[in-house]
Design a protein around this ligand. Structure first.
Ligand code: FAD
Length: 352
C-alpha cells in the first residue's frame, strides 16, 4: 500500500524532530519515519559515562530549553533521551517508529519513499538519518589479522568489561579522549592519536564551538577569509572527566602504530606491543544509502547541497550530518536554524 503526504522526514533523532517542529509551525503536513523503536536517536546507544560538551541551556532544540540535570553542568546521554522524548510528545510530532527507509526514488511529481512496512509518496523529503549507523574504520594494515577484540565507539559501553586488559584506544577526537579517560585506571591503556592531542582551553566548551562554526559560515557567506571554524580551536573539549584524567597524567598519547598483528600492534620503530582489544574512535560517515538509486552528486560520501537543499534535487533537504548542511548542524543547539530554513524552503516549494 502507498500512502501520501506532503513531506517525509527520514530519521526521528534530534534533527528529524527539529524539522518536524518547524514544519508543524508552518502548517506543513508531514510524517517522521524512524528506524528506532524508542525516542532519542543515537543518544540511546552511547557509552554510559558520555557527557555533553555544552551545558543544558546550550544543548536545546528550537522552542524548548533543555532542563538542567540535577547537580550536573554537562548533562549525560540519558538526560538527552528524556528531553527528546518529552520534546516530540509536547509538540505532538507525527513520529512513526520501527520503520526502516530502504530507498528513495524520484519521478516527475513525487519522491517515492520505500520502507520495510510500505511506501510513501511525498512532495518533499528531509533526510535526518545522522551518522551513528555508519561507523568508520580506517584501512590499517593487519586489521583482519588481529586475534583480539576490535570495536568501534558505537559498541563501547563502559570500562568494566576491559578491567585489567591491554586496551588500545585509537583516535584524537572527543570520543577517543573521553573513552580513553573512561578506561584509564581500569584497563592497561594505550591511547593512540595521529597527531598530538589538541585540547581546547579548559574554559572553552561547546558554546564556543557553536560560535566558531557560525562565524565561519557567516565569513564564507560574505566572501571573507575562512576563519577555520571549529577545527582552528582544537579537537578535544576538556570536559571534566577528560580534564581529570589528563591532569592526573593518565592520558599520554602515542603516535599511530604502523600495523596490527595477530597479537597486537607494531610501532614505527619496529617494536611490538601485545593487546587484548583495540577500540576504534575513528569517526563516522553520513547514513545516506537510501539515496543510492538517485545518483546525487557529491564528494566524501556527502550529497552536494546549497544550505540544506540538495543541488541536484530541490525536493530533498539534508539535516544534521555535519557543517556541510549548516554551521554546527550536527549538534543539538546548531540544528534548529538549518531546520527552520529547510522547512521554509519546503513550504515555499509546496505553495509554488
Ligand atoms: P541521530 O541521533 O543518529 O538520529 C538519526 C535517526 O535516524 C536514528 O534514530 C536512526 O535510527 C534513524 N535512521 C537512520 N537511518 C534510517 C533509515 N534508513 N530509515 C529510518 N530511520 C533511520 N552534539 C551536541 O550538541 N553536544 C554534544 O555534547 C555531542 N556529543 C557527541 C558525542 C558523540 C560521541 C557523538 C558521536 C556525537 C555527539 N554530538 C553532540 C553530535 C550530535 O548531536 C549527535 O551525533 C546526534 O545524535 C545527531 O542527531 P541526528 O538526529 O542528526 O542523528
Amino acid at each position: 500500500m502507498t500512502q501520501r503526504t506532503d513531506v517525509v522526514v527520514i530519521g526521528g533523532g534530534q534533527s528529524g524532530l527539529a524539522a518536524g517542529y518547524h514544519l508543524r509551525r508552518l502548517g506543513v503536513e508531514h510524517v517522521i519515519l524512524d528506524a528506532q523503536t524508542a525516542p532519542g536517536g543515537a543518544w540511546q546507544h552511547t557509552w554510559d559515562s558520555l557527557r555533553l560538551f555544552s551545558p543544558a541551556a546550550y544543548s536545546s532544540l528550537p522552542g524548548r530549553l533543555m532542563p538542567v540535570q540535577a547537580d550536573e553542568v554537562y548533562p549525560d546521554a540519558q538526560h538527552v533521551v528524556s528531553y527528546l522524548a518529552d520534546y516530540e510528545k509536547r509538540y505532538e510530532l507525527p513520529v512513526q517508529r520501527g520503520v526502516w527507509v530502504e530507498a528513495v526514488h524520484r519521478d516527475a511529481v513525487f519522491l517515492r519513499v520505500e520502507t520495510d512496512s510500505g511506501a510513501w509518496q511525498a512532495r518533499a523529503v528531509v533526510s535526518a538519518t545522522g551518522t551513528w549507523t555508519r561507523p568508520f574504520l580506517p584501512a590499517v594494515p593487519g586489521r583482519r589479522e588481529f586475534a583480539g577484540r576490535q570495536l568501534h565507539t558505537v559498541q563501547y559501553s563502559n570500562p568494566a568489561e576491559f578491567a585489567g586488559q591491554r586496551v588500545i584506544v585509537v583516535g584524537g577526537g572527543n570520543s577517543g579522549a573521553q573513552i580513553a579517560a573512561d578506561l584509564a585506571g581500569t584497563a592497561d591503556l594505550t591511547w593512540v592519536t595521529q597527531r598530538p592531542p589538541r585540547y581546547l582551553p579548559d574554559e572553552i566548551d561547546g558554546r564556543a564551538l557553536f560560535d566558531a562554526a557560525t562565524a565561519r559560515r557567516q565569513a564564507l557567506d560574505a566572501g571573507r577569509t575562512d576563519t577555520g571554524g571549529v577545527a582552528s580551536l582544537g579537537d578535544i573539549v576538556a570536559v571534566p572527566p577528560v580534564r581529570a584524567a589528563r591532569d592526573a597524567g593518565l592520558l599520554a598519547a602515542s603516535p599511530m602504530f604502523t600495523r596490527l598483528t595477530a597479537e597486537g600492534v607494531v610501532w614505527a620503530d619496529g617494536t611490538e606491543s601485545p593487546a587484548d582489544a583495540v577500540i576504534w574512535c575513528t569517526g563516522f560517515r553520513p547514513a545516506l544509502a537510501h539515496f543510492a538509486s538517485m545518483r546525487l552528486r557529491g564528494t566524501r560520501g556527502h550529497i552536494a547541497t546549497i544550505g540544506t537543499r540538495a543541488v541536484d534535487e530541490p525536493r530533498l533537504h539534508l539535516l544534521g550530518y555535519g557543517d556541510w548542511t549548516g554551521p554546527a548542524s550536527a549538534t543539538l543547539i546548531g540544528v534548529g536554524r538549518p531546520a527552520r530554513e529547510a522547512a521554509r524552503e519546503i513550504a515555499q516549494l509546496l505553495s509554488a
